[in-house]
Ligand binder design. Structure first.
Ligand SMILES: [Zn+2]
Length: 210
């Protein structure tokens, strides 16, 4: 969460556009994946955080066409994440799912009340000090954030258990899909199981609970 771009840095967006288009040109130049089918070949899906330090293709060994990767802030089982998971199995055949949160997640460092206050103050990027985020922008802000549940995290293991459990118990999710709960360690690159989450997401638990 440190080093977020501020208003003075927004001009950098122009060069990022050039960089991305240039990188894509190089990628497409020797592209040989044009015949991949739409359904994920390895029939699984990962729900994980948008954090820039996480690269699911690398930490989980994915190539193009292998798996669905659904990302949002925190890797939370929001209604929209569940929408994607439902499409993932119902139309595209995934049969195993992972919920992967991670250490040092930005979602641990604010509350709904805090970000609502910042957005009510201004729409510019906030600064981070010892006391947390504070607003440095000029108004006006907006009260619209009061209508958003930001799904912040107070305990990492609990959030994985909570999300696996929510998905497990969702009426549109079949009992036969195992859901594994993990925390990615940003300092080691390792996936660490949350046994209580994987337990909650197991097929047997779902079967006996149903
Ligand atoms: Zn995160």
């Amino acid at each position: 969460m440190h080093g977020a771009p501020g208003p003075d840095d927004w001009s950098c967006i122009v060069s990022v556009l050039d960089e991305v288009l240039s990188a894509n040109e190089a990628y497409a130049a020797d592209f040989d994946k044009g015949d991949l089918g739409m359904p994920p070949a390895r029939r699984f899906a990962i729900l994980t955080c948008m954090d820039a330090r996480l690269d699911p293709a690398k930490y989980a060994g994915l190539s193009e066409g292998d798996a669905h990767v659904i990302r949002n802030a925190g890797g939370r089982a929001s209604d929209d994440a569940i929408r994607s998971l439902v499409i993932s199995y119902k139309l595209l055949g995934t049969a195993e799912w992972f919920v992967i949160h991670h250490t040092n997640c930005g979602m641990e460092f604010f509350t709904d009340e805090a970000i609502r206050g910042l957005l009510a103050s201004s729409l510019e990027t906030a600064a981070l000090g010892d006391e947390g985020f504070y607003d440095v922008g000029e108004g006006p802000g907006s009260q619209e954030a009061n209508n958003i549940a930001f799904l912040t995290i107070s305990n990492l293991e609990d959030s994985v258990v909570e999300d696996v459990t929510r998905i497990r118990n969702h009426p549109l999710v079949p009992a036969g899909i195992p859901i594994y709960g993990y925390i990615y360690d940003v300092t080691s690159g390792k996936l660490v199981e949350v046994p209580a989450a994987t337990g909650a997401g197991s097929v047997a638990t779902a079967g006996s609970a149903a």
